[in-house]
Design a protein around this ligand. Sequence first.
Ligand SMILES: *Cc1c(COP(=O)(O)O)cnc(C)c1O
Length: 284
Amino acid sequence: VPANTYIASILAITDNCLVPVLVEPDIDTYNINISKIEAAITSKTKAIMIVHLYGRVVFSEELKALAQKHDLKIIEDNAQAIGAEWNGIKTGNLGDAAGFSFYPGKNLGALGDGGAVTTNDDTLAKTIRALANYGSEEKYVNKYQGLNSRLDEIQAAVLDVKLQYLNEENEKRREVMKYYLENIINPDIILPQLPENEKEHVWHLFVIRTIERNRLQEYLKDNGIQTLIHYPIPPYRQEAYPELHHLYFPITEQIHEEVLSLPISPVMTNEDIKKVVDTLNNYK
Ligand SMILES: *Cc1c(COP(=O)(O)O)cnc(C)c1O
């Protein structure tokens, strides 16, 4: 699992009594560095968890071959990349199973919490459905010690309607991204790099890097522009994981110190976008 992911990826691993093994990301894509995965594999490794962080796909033939060679599952954390594609295949359909989030701030957000799992494995699908329903396949007959994790019907109804607009909204995010990339010309700001194929990124976040990140964030705030940091503390430095405190990942550290997420959303007006660009270009 990438060392710079959101804590929820790690929680999913430890919640299942498995041990997270962290791997450095790539400084240009912010995604797990696929060439560094093999060195982290041991005889105890069960799966590779990829996280399409910030909405950008991480996948390759090399990764698929690596999983095959070591007989590992590929689990996708697709919370941030719903609608993205790799070689015509949607994220969530690249590995053995994938987790989606419909948290209101995600590209497909419900009116409250929600999520989904996708898989092409029928047995797994059946098991997961049962686990989410108290471990029951048949009413009042409990096969597993499951939990209550059903998608609320109201949320499902809202998502069903919103799903029809997902591609359109991701396209609008791309328009904001293009305007930013073409017009932000301040040399103190490192812009995100484009993937080869436009569909490999759905721009859940537009993340820049800058040396004096906190100063830039203050400046933008003083000019009425809210930004967020994804994320301020790496998972292995969290109080929740003392067993990971001995770890140190220089690229992850750099990312956590330098990243800043600019506003990006399908409802931004042209004036909003222009204001962000002009304010950034005036930053010294
Ligand atoms: C939001 C998010 C999650 C968790 O999703 P929930 O719906 O809040 O459980 C997991 N991983 C990543 C990368 C996320 O951004």
